[in-house]
Structure formats: C-alpha cells, structure tokens
Write a new protein. Structure first.
Length: 103
C-alpha cells in the first residue's frame, strides 16, 4: 500500500498544530510550529485538488486548440493544433510520476 500524500500532509499538519505545541515553553517555537502546520494543511488541500484542476485546464486548452485550428491557414500549424486538441490524458496522477511514491 502506497502512502497517500494528502493523508501524510494532514497528519503532519495536525501534529505540528496540536501535539508539539503543548510540549514547548518557547513562544517562537510554538508560533513557528503553528505556521508550519497551517502551511502543510494548505499544501494538502491544494494537492488534493491538483489533479482535477490539471485535467480541467488541459481540457480547456484542447478546446482552445481545436477552435484555433479552424482559423489557421498554415497546414503544419493546423495539424499540430488538431493533434494537440485530440490528445488524451495518459495518467490522472499528478505529477505523472513513473516510480511509486517512496518515503
């Protein structure tokens, strides 16, 4: 079973924001841990939606290329636009790693 990056980021964020904050008397350290926890939580939220956002943006670009091909007179450029418009996603992984996630 591969680790889920979003789960890992959320666990680290929760740990930094709660457990470690109660074990330190240093105000600066507690504030730094709190900020780091919030940043990890934001990263987890962004990572969780990255694939859907990437797929949506790519579909929009393909539609734009298909539309642009109708306006282009250069046959080479027209073919490149049509080829790009017809491409499909080979992977829904983001980024498209070739190796399994390792920790």
């Amino acid at each position: 079973m591969k680790p889920d990056p979003v789960c890992i980021l959320n666990t680290l964020a929760r740990t930094l924001r709660t457990i470690n904050l109660t074990r330190s008397d240093d105000d600066y350290l507690r504030a730094t841990q709190s900020v780091m926890g919030e940043l990890l939580a934001a990263l987890a939220a962004d990572f969780d939606t990255a694939v859907a956002r990437c797929l949506e943006e790519n579909a929009g670009l393909r539609a734009l290329f298909a539309d642009a091909a109708g306006w282009v007179e250069d046959p080479c450029l027209k073919q490149r636009l049509l080829t790009a418009a017809g491409e499909v996603e080979h992977s829904t992984r983001y980024p498209p790693w070739t190796e399994p996630t390792r920790i």
